[in-house]
Design a protein around this ligand. Structure first.
Ligand SMILES: *Cc1c(COP(=O)(O)O)cnc(C)c1O
Length: 407
């Protein structure tokens, strides 16, 4: 295995080697440690393990070597090239979760209590929005939702409501791709002594590192680009306060029981090794697809942050390496045009979710949002002719050929 002290200067090298520890049996890949518990040589060793005096695994809900490798790889990527206040490499601690939603739950439950509020943006992943709207209020925690692209509104909200304890960011946001300025909002939040958390699922650490701008926590749905192959649901909960993550943050993670499992962790580790090359190809193809749609007569709008006419183009360019692989278009023909396009696809995949090798297309008006009344959908920007695309890694001429014939 790679010498742990060899300085890796490239993100792609880190994605491959980061987080790996030599297996005692010399297996090349970290095996799937399919075991619920770990054993002790003696009662005394058990005592040392439980007291934390001796490093070692105890019970898989608390930790498992395959899960550790995945969590450490994500932490290494999120902190790649970053330094702390004293110029030392930034240390990040992460826990692998059963899903992105489990990661968000661990974040909220370990940092908030009754009476606290979360300040967030109105465009968020549906599950995060529902958690804030429907479940957290039962525990006395509520959300203040404003347009966080407007820093004045964000500051007004912070001034007006001292109960706000956390600013929760998701950028680019699912499904609108709206971006918020991580650096500016973190600076503002810190002036008011707030916790800043960021959902980095759409960007991945290759395109964007929220810890660079001083955020306290990053969460991921690893289900998407990090896994990259659509083989499992997963999440990660990461923090820069190592002391907190090793104590209360880790404790809450263990108590909630939203841990991942060795098999999914194994799939994730191997998927993440190719993150850099995958994202390069995804983003390159997305730019080409956006350009193709821009010139097409059946399309009234192309929503891609890589295009200079996108309202969040400059924020995305400031904080992301590339504009990502997600885009949406609006078809002039509305609902029927959307249904027709979906039905005519011959190579691209008709499905929800995102971040896999193949190009995925979803027509929210006839699929995910079919049961939402039209007026309500349109408030969220989900019009009849909206098609969302997770641009895959096929050869670009084939993607464009399929889209062209379907249009
Ligand atoms: C999918 C997604 C989630 C939820 O992740 P799961 O793994 O499905 O629980 C959270 N945030 C964003 C931005 C997502 O795309």
């Amino acid at each position: 295995m790679a010498d742990q002290n060899f300085p890796l200067t490239g993100f792609g090298s880190l994605a491959i080697h980061g987080g790996h520890e030599q297996d005692p049996q010399y297996a090349h890949l970290t095996p799937i440690f399919a075991t619920s518990t770990f054993v002790y040589d003696s009662a005394e060793q058990g005592m040392r393990r439980f007291s934390g005096e001796e490093k070692g695994y105890i019970y898989t809900r608390w930790g498992n070597p395959t899960m550790t490798e995945a969590a450490d790889k994500i932490a290494a990527m999120e902190s790649f090239g970053l330094t702390d206040g004293s110029g030392n490499p930034l240390a990040i601690k992460g826990y692998l979760q059963a899903s992105g939603m489990a990661a968000i739950s661990a974040l909220f439950m370990s940092t908030l209590k009754t009476g606290d509020k979360i300040l967030s943006h109105y465009s968020l992943y549906g599950g995060s929005q529902e958690l804030m709207d429907k479940l957290l209020p039962d525990f006395g925690i509520s959300a203040v939702i404003v347009d966080l692209r407007d820093l004045n509104k964000a500051e007004e909200a912070l001034k007006a409501d001292p109960a706000i304890k956390m600013i929760y960011l998701e950028t680019p946001a699912n499904p609108t791709l709206q971006c918020v300025d991580i650096e500016a909002l973190t600076k503002l939040g810190k002036q008011y002594g707030k916790i800043i958390a960021c959902d980095n699922t759409f960007a991945t650490p290759y395109l964007q590192q929220p810890f660079r701008f001083g955020v306290d926590f990053v969460i991921h749905s690893t289900t998407k680009f990090l896994n990259g192959h659509g083989t499992s649901i997963g999440g990660a909960f990461l923090g820069r306060d190592i002391e907190f993550m090793n104590t209360w943050g880790g404790k809450v993670h263990k108590m909630l029981g939203g841990n991942s499992n060795p098999f999914d962790a194994f799939l994730l580790v191997n998927g993440m090794k190719t993150l850099e090359v995958r994202m390069e190809r995804h983003c390159h193809n997305a730019m080409e697809v956006a350009g193709f749609f821009e010139g097409h007569a059946a399309v009234s709008k192309v929503n891609y942050t890589g295009l200079p006419n996108h309202p969040d183009h400059y924020i995305a360019a400031k904080q992301m390496r590339h504009p990502g692989a997600m885009l949406s278009i609006e078809l002039k023909g509305g609902l029927q045009a959307g249904i027709n396009m979906m039905n005519r696809l011959r190579m691209c995949t008709r499905t929800v979710s995102l971040g896999t090798c193949d190009t995925l297309m979803c027509h929210p008006a006839s699929m995910t949002h079919y049961s939402v009344p039209k007026e309500k959908r349109e408030q969220y920007g989900i019009t009849d002719g909206l098609i969302r695309i997770s641009v895959g890694m096929e050869n670009i001429q084939d993607i464009i050929a399929d889209i062209n014939q379907a249009l």
